[in-house]
Design a protein around this ligand. Sequence first.
Ligand SMILES: O=C(O)[C@H]1O[C@H](OP(=O)(O)OP(=O)(O)OC[C@H]2O[C@@H](n3ccc(=O)[nH]c3=O)[C@H](O)[C@@H]2O)[C@H](O)[C@@H](O)[C@@H]1O
Length: 434
Amino acid sequence: MSQLNSHLDNIPSTPGKFKLEKSQPYIHRLRFHTSLSKLTLWSSFFLVFILFYYVLSSPSPSLPSRRSLNDSWGGPSWEKRVTRSAQRRSSHGLTVLVTGAAGFVGTHVSIALKSRGDGVLGLDNFNHYYEPRLKRDRQKLLERNGVFVVEGDINDSSLLKKLFDVVAFSHIMHLAAQAGVRYAMQNPGSYVHSNIAGFVNILEVCKSVNPQPAIVWASSSSVYGLNSKVPFSEKDRTDQPASLYAATKKAGEEIAHTYNHIYGLSITGLRFFTVYGPWGRPDMAYFFFTKDILKGKPITIFEAPDRGSVARDFTYIDDVVKGCVAALDTAKKSTGSGGKKKGPAQLRIFNLGNTSPVPVSELVNILEKLLKVKAKRKVLPMPRNGDVKFTHANISLAHKELRYKPGTDLETGLKKFVRWYLSYYPGSGKKSSW
Ligand SMILES: O=C(O)[C@H]1O[C@H](OP(=O)(O)OP(=O)(O)OC[C@H]2O[C@@H](n3ccc(=O)[nH]c3=O)[C@H](O)[C@@H]2O)[C@H](O)[C@@H](O)[C@@H]1O
């Protein structure tokens, strides 16, 4: 007798309600099997339900856990830290709330403001979109520079209101966002959560407080989407976004218009062009190319459908920081109070780029030279993943209004990045001569 038969034959004759009757063995065995499959079906439904509930209730990698947020703010010693960090050195200084302060641009801007004497308070939700350790290390750097970073989400109205109760911010530098063009296909919800709902929440709080702060915030070069007129000017069309990321940034620009129009908020949007440099974002190509080249892993270089090169107007962080600070310095006051507009308010958009696009293959040439390691290149047609073929900023408006003048070419900037990278990840660059 086979094992299978013996197993079937061993079904007990009195398995609870599936009791078999000897007179109709076939029918009863069939009923038993039907009940058994019903049971299996319901158990599967139950399991699927549990699984669904778990997936929906577990936070997305880009959302912080609620518990950690509630635990991390409030109380007299917390308020003291907030006040001290936001204290400006002179009465001419600004008092700035920097959202996304533990992010790449946020860290650099916060330090620049603090070191010239402005009061700076950081806010960051420390989500897990990329290496949490890098964000925590940026936070340590900020603390060493006298900037306290409150752990919280821009969607948390009660936290934002509390911050305005404690400090009368003159300006908000709003840099908290879900960044990254390609990740929008994997986690669309996080873009809506941060770039749309979060931004509206910030504006809602800003319009209600008295005095209303002036707002400077990060838009993106990606809003130019499929625009083919070069260089990209602020007057060009931006109604053809190629990614959900770009669409949420474009939506932000329209939302800014609404809050300026109804409530008199002074708002300046900055379209950043592929910002790179020390303490950068590991999800960006220059960063993970460096990592992979050093590890001897192949890298993928996208080429355009016509086999042309894909290029970016890579912009060095120090240049972008100067643009951000100038935007804050030239921002006029909001005109509303108590949620009511009292007069027209400033509404601006500026490109912050380098005006000198470089093909991605050339970026790799420079990295190879600096790292003294040959890259293992795989050239592939650009997938339909939200990327655009090229970006190129016209910066004449930023130059006229902000005195913005980028001064770092890609090779100089990458040299500084590589130096930082090799000191931050010791051991990664055994093959290079730094
Ligand atoms: O300027 C902007 O608005 C945007 O700049 C970057 O987006 P992106 O320019 O796409 O920067 P990377 O993701 O670093 O890609 C740079 C270039 O490398 C290419 N690439 C990327 C990945 C890859 O594996 N291979 C490859 O050739 C991309 O197609 C792109 O041309 C940022 O990631 C966005 O958050 C930002 O808003």
